[in-house]
Design a protein around this ligand. Structure first.
Ligand code: 5GP
Ligand code: ZN
Length: 114
């Protein structure tokens, strides 16, 4: 996807503040953080939305959460608490159409979400 912002990050054309990289996952700090810790965890392969995952992606999605859990520990928010969010399509406010898991922590969040 040549016009996808996150694919450009995977390709090295744009350099975000990377906090973790594996052969299939990239994690970097959000440019407009909504909490003291706000990290985006993405598959390197282009998947537009959560609607586009298949049963074959189950392991990959699990590994996105595994990276979130490891980063929660290294960010010092594992015990205080954190939130992991996939926004999917318009009603959830998805703006970048390359699957990304938000890891948010370091402050108290309200529920239900706005
Ligand atoms: P969405 O609303 O699609 O779930 O979240 C997209 C996220 O990407 C937003 O939190 C936004 O701040 C972040 N974002 C958009 N452009 C950039 C960018 O160029 N660099 C980084 N690091 N984050 C970005
Ligand atoms: Zn992409």
């Amino acid at each position: 996807m040549t016009d996808c912002l996150f694919c450009k990050m995977v390709a090295g054309e744009i350099q975000p503040d990377v906090v973790r990289e594996t052969d299939e996952v990239l994690a970097f700090r959000d440019i407009n953080p909504q909490a003291p810790t706000h990290i985006l965890i993405i598959p390197k392969r282009h998947i537009a939305t959560l609607n586009d995952i298949t049963p074959e992606d189950a392991g990959l999605v699990g590994r996105l959460f595994t990276v979130a859990r490891e980063l929660a520990v290294s960010e010092g928010i594992a015990e205080s608490g954190y939130r992991c969010v996939f926004n999917c399509n318009r009603d959830a406010g998805q703006e970048v159409f390359h699957l990304h898991l938000h890891l948010l922590g370091g402050r108290r969040f309200s529920w239900p979400p706005g």
